[in-house]
Design a protein around this ligand. Sequence first.
Ligand SMILES: [Zn+2]
Length: 162
Amino acid sequence: MKLYKIKKSKIDNKGRGLYAAKDIKKGTKIINYSGKIVTNKQVDESNKYDNNKPIYLFTLNKRYTLDGDFSWNTAGLINHSCDPNSQYDGKGLKIWITAIKDIKKGEEFTCDYGFGFDKDYKQFPCKCRAKNCCGYIVREESRWRINKKFAMSKKKLVNNSR
Ligand SMILES: [Zn+2]
């Protein structure tokens, strides 16, 4: 049985989210984060990645990035929260979502997107309604190996302006 259901999101009122289909224990692997493996060089050079749309890129290592921006990547529907119940986990070239709390049936899965703090953080307002919500999607702390595209797109803007 799948651990999740797709429904209209309570956080992103224009989009969908993933919800627990049953009670889930902390530490449970919920779903794989699937996508295409691209080289970091492709990310730096392709226009596809040079924009401000919601970000689905995970740097896997020095060479490769996982691009999860595909409609078949169901895990891409998981929304950001400042008080998340799940997190991105990875090994090798694989990424998946793990519960970091006990989650009740019917709760929406949320992760910390981990955007770095930046003067452009206002591009990404957060509507998670958690008590500790700062109003914007900014990571709480640096996370092992996972770097979102946000930092890279800044680098690119700097390059373009030369
Ligand atoms: Zn928030």
